[in-house]
Design a protein around this ligand. Structure first.
Ligand SMILES: [Zn+2]
Length: 273
């Protein structure tokens, strides 16, 4: 049934694929028989890389404070909108008893989390891209607004607490339903907080013995970073910097990896990916 002319045309059009078939309507049947049936399409599918689990997802991370905040008291004490009231732009953050700063721990863990999320295909955006004595901020309102500004699905704010030395363990904070500020994100934010808790539980970290009555969950109305967010948001206090064992873990490379893996697991649980 294939005439010599159509065989020649078929051979000539092998490299031109379907486009050629479309522009030569009276040859469609012949081309279908001779070209497409024999086309080895399977190897091409095998070589197609599998989509990464977080491909296409944008995630905001907020490493709390900035190392240089204490060098800029005027700037960081300036009142900013915090959700129906004003609060200082930022604070210096806490430190271990030996003076190791919270800003540095927060930034180190955020950097590890970012790398892990990116390896899973996510796009990760940080509220601050460096940890420097020469810098301050951003202010809490900007941190809160950041997630929506960069079109993120969620924001995780990373902090470490400063409490009496016998207090230890992590807790996660979600915003209260605060009209009109957080009514749109309160439910999802609590779900995010619980997912993050499951991640922290999952790597074997101890829950707070001083916040949340064993639940390691807190819901607060006074935090600008949470109130000003328009995407689901939760803040993690990874532990108590004034507690010797918590501080040791925060300063150790291995401990930070543990925290980072926990945060990534929590985010994946929230996203169901
Ligand atoms: Zn903090």
């Amino acid at each position: 049934m294939i005439r010599p002319t159509s065989v020649a045309l078929a051979i000539a059009s092998v490299g031109l694929a379907l486009t050629t078939v479309v522009v030569v309507p009276d040859r469609v049947a012949d081309h279908t028989d001779t070209v497409l049936v024999s086309a080895p399409v399977v190897p091409a599918r095998v070589l197609t890389p599998k989509a990464k689990p977080l491909a296409g997802i944008r995630i905001a991370l907020d490493p709390g404070h900035q190392l240089g905040n204490h060098n800029f008291p005027k700037q960081i004490n300036r009142p900013v909108p915090a959700g129906g009231f004003k609060k200082p732009c930022n604070t210096t953050g806490t430190a271990t008893n030996s003076g190791y700063p919270e800003a540095t721990v927060n930034f180190a863990i955020a950097t590890l989390v970012k790398a892990r999320l990116e390896a899973l295909g996510a796009t990760v955006l940080l509220t601050r891209s460096s940890n420097s004595q020469k810098l301050w901020g951003p202010c809490v309102n900007k941190r809160g607004e950041f997630g929506a500004k960069v079109d993120a699905r969620l924001t995780v704010s990373l902090h470490a607490d400063g409490a009496p030395a016998s207090d230890h363990g992590f807790h996660v904070i979600a915003p209260t339903r605060r009209k009109p500020w957080t009514t749109d994100i309160a439910t999802a934010s609590l779900r995010l907080a619980k997912a993050l808790r499951s991640g922290l539980d999952g790597v074997g970290l101890a829950r707070s013995n001083y916040i949340g009555g064993g639940t390691a969950l807190d819901v607060r109305s006074d935090l600008g970073t949470l109130n000003m967010s328009d995407v689901p948001v939760a803040m993690i206090e990874i532990g108590n910097m004034r507690n010797a064992a918590d501080a040791r873990r925060m300063k150790a490379a291995k401990g930070r990896v543990l925290y980072a893996n926990a945060v990534v697991a929590g985010i994946r649980t929230y996203l169901n990916r």
